[in-house]
Ligand binder design. Sequence first.
Ligand SMILES: Nc1ncnc2c1ncn2[C@@H]1O[C@H](COP(=O)(O)OP(=O)(O)OP(=O)(O)O)[C@@H](O)[C@H]1O
Length: 767
Amino acid sequence: MPAPRSTQAADTDESIREREIGIEQAHLDQVYARLNEKLAEAEFLLDEASQKWQAGTPGAYAERDAQVSAAGRHLIRLTNEYEDFLFGRIDLQAPDAPEEDGIPSQTPLDPDDPTIAETLYIGRLGVLDAEYGPLVIDWRAPAAAPFYRATPVQPGRVLRRRVIRSRRRRVLGVEDDLLRPDLEPTLDGEPVAVVGDGALMATLGRARSHTMRDIVSSIQHEQDVVIRAQAAGATLVTGGPGTGKTAVALHRAAYLLYHDRRKYAGGILVVSPTPLLVSYTEGVLPSLGEEGQVAIRAIGNLVEGVEAERYDSPEVVRIKGSARMVALLRRAARAALDRRDTPTELRVSAMGEVLTLDQHALRELRRTALNGTTPLNLLKPRARRLLLDALWSRLLRGRPAPVDRYEREELQRQRESFDEYLSDDDRFLSFLDAWWPLLTPRQVLGTLRDPRRLSRQARGALSGQEVRLLADSWQHLGPRGEGALSAHDAALLDELQTLLGEPPRARSREVDPAELLTGLDEVTTYGDRIRRDQEAREAARRERSDYAHVIVDEAQDLTPMQWRMVGRRARNATWTIVGDPAQSSWIDPAEAAAAMDETLGGKPRRRFTLTTNYRNPAEIAEVAARVLAQAAPGTEAPKAVRATGVVPRFTAVAAEERMGAAARAEVERLLAEVDGTVGIVVPMDRRDEAARWIAGLGDRAVALGSLEAKGLEYDATVVADPSGIAGESEAGLRVLYVALTRATQRLTVLSGPLDLPDSAGVPALLQ
Ligand SMILES: Nc1ncnc2c1ncn2[C@@H]1O[C@H](COP(=O)(O)OP(=O)(O)OP(=O)(O)O)[C@@H](O)[C@H]1O
C-alpha cells in the first residue's frame, strides 16, 4: 500500500522525480557496463571453446562441447535479461548482527534510527562488480526477500522500497513506498526522496496482451511466502480468481531452480489445464531467466505422442475421469489379447511327434500367465515358457519317469534341445505372436468402440447408459484406436500404458565415431550451436517421465484418472498444487480431492491461502460474487485490490437470433474502450458460432468456450448466454464464476430470452 509522502521544501515533485531517475540511471549505466564485460567474457569463452576442435581427442571434444554449451547458455541468459533488468531497490537501516551464511540480519540495530545505512538493488539476475561487490541482487536470493516482505506493520530494516521501471537501458520512472514515514528517513544526511503513487496499481492498470507477464517487481507479501516456501512434500495453495496462483506457481519454479539447481536438475513439470493457458504462460519463465529445466504441459498433452484435440461432453468426462475406469481398463487390456484372429489351437511337431494344445488348455495357460500384476507386454516370455512346459508334458505323456541320475540328466538334455528347437520354429513363433500379441494403449482403447465388448468389461462398474455414452465417444476411432483423442482419453491411455508396460524396444544403432566427428565439424555458427544445445535439451525433456518437482495449476479440475497420470511422473517429486475449488469444472470435487490425497500418499503437506484479487476491479468482483454465493455457498471471495469506478454492463436481446449482432457490437465497443484484449466467453457448444460473430475484428478479440477461458484474462470480457454456461453441467455455475472473473477492466453480460433478464438486462442468475 502506498505510504504517506514526505515533502521536500525547495523542490517541485517533478524535479525530485527527475533527480531520482537520474540517480537510478547512473546505477543502471554501471550495471550495463558490467553486463557488457560479462557478455564479452561469454563470447570469448564460446570462441575459445569452438576453436578447440583441432585438439582431436575425444576428451577434448567433450570438454569443448561442455564449454560451448555452458558459455552459450550464459550468453542467452545475459541477452534475455537485458530488458527490464533492474527493477527494485531497498534502503535499509543498520542491521543488529553481521551476515550469517550470506544471509543478512533482517532486524535493525535501532528501530528508531532514521539513517539509511545500506542500499540494495534487486534484479532478474545477480551481478557482481569487478571487486565482487553486489551491483544487483538476484530477486530469488535471501537478501532480496525484504523487498517483497516488508510492510508498514513489519518493516524489518526497510525504510524505503523503490520499484524502478526501465526500458532497454533507460530508466523511465520510479515508484516509492515509505515503510517508516514516522521516522523521516535520511540518506547521506539529507531527507530521503519519495516519488510516485505506488508501483502495484501502475502495474495492474496496464493493458493485457495474449501472453502473461511476470510479476517479479511487485510480488506481494503473502505471495512471496508461497514462492519461497520450503519444497518438502506438498505445498498446497488455494485462493480465488486473480489472486496470482498461476503467477506464484511459475515464480516458485524459478525460485526453486535458483535455490537448489542441482536438486531440480531432474526437471520441474508444470501441468496446466489447457494448451491455451500453456501458450499464455510460456513466456514467464524465460523472462525470469529459466526455461530449460521446466516443462509446461497441458494435461491433455502429458502423454508422449498424444495431442488432445477433442472435447468430451460433461457426462462423458464424468465417466472417463472417474477412478472406476481403472478396473474397466485392466479387464479391457486382458481381453484385448483375444482377437478375432486369435488361434484356438497350437499344433507343432518336435522330436518326431505331433503335439497339440487345444482351446481349453490354452485358456488355462493364459489364466496362469495372467496371474499377478505384471504388465501384459512383459508377460510374453512367461507365456512362452508356459507353452513350452505344456508341450513338453504332452511329449512325456505315457512315458516312464526317469529312474536314475543318468536318465534324469539325459531327460534334462532332451528338454534343452526341445526348447531350443521350438524357440526357432516358425510355427511356434508365429503362434506365440498371435496368441500373446504385444499391445499398444491405443489398440486396447480401440477395442472399446464396440458397445458389446465394452459392456462386458464394464460389468459392475458402469450402467448401460454410461456404456452407451462411452462407446459413442469412441465411434470415430479406427480399429487400432487411431483418431483424435480428448484430454480425458489421454489419461486412459496413460493408465493402459502402465497396465501393458513398454514393449521391448529395438536396440539403438551403434554410432560410428567418425559420424560424430562430421557432426561436430558441421557446428560452425553460434546459432547452430545454440540450436543443437536446445534440441538436445528438448529431447531430454521429452524422454523424461520422473520429475524432481511437479506444479499443478488449476488443480481443482484434475479428475481422479488425471491425478493418477500426473502421479506417475512424480514418484520421487515434491509438489506445488494450486487451485480453487469454487472454480472446479469437475462434477465431483470430493472424488477428485480424494484422488489427490491418494496420489500424495504420506507426503507432508503445507497449506497456504491467497486472499487478494489482483485481476478484477471491485465492481466486477461484486457481480462474480453473486454467482459464487450460488456456486459454492459459504466460500469467501478474495478481496479486490482496486476499483475502477466502471460498473459491469448488462445487455439483453429480445430474440435469440439477435445475439450474434449484439455480441459483435459489444466486442467492437469494448475494443474501442480498452487498449488490450477482449474475450467473448460462450457455452462450449457455441464457440464456433461466437468465432463467426467476431470474425474480422482483429486479433485483439478472441472467442472462447467456457472451459477454454480457464486461467486466462482479458482487458474486457463479454459473457454471453450465462444461463447456457450455467446449464452445461452440474458444475456449470462454477464455470460461470470462472467466466465472470476473466476481465481486468470491463465486463459485459449479454443475455438472451432464456436468461430471463429483468428490465435492466440483468439475467436471473445475477439478480
Ligand atoms: N503481485 C502482483 N503484482 C502484479 N500483478 C499481479 C500480482 N499478483 C497477481 N497479479 C496479476 O493478477 C492477474 C491474475 O493472476 P493469476 O492469473 O496468476 O491468478 P490466478 O489466481 O491464477 O487466477 P485464476 O484462478 O482466475 O486462474 C495476472 O494478470 C497477474 O499478473
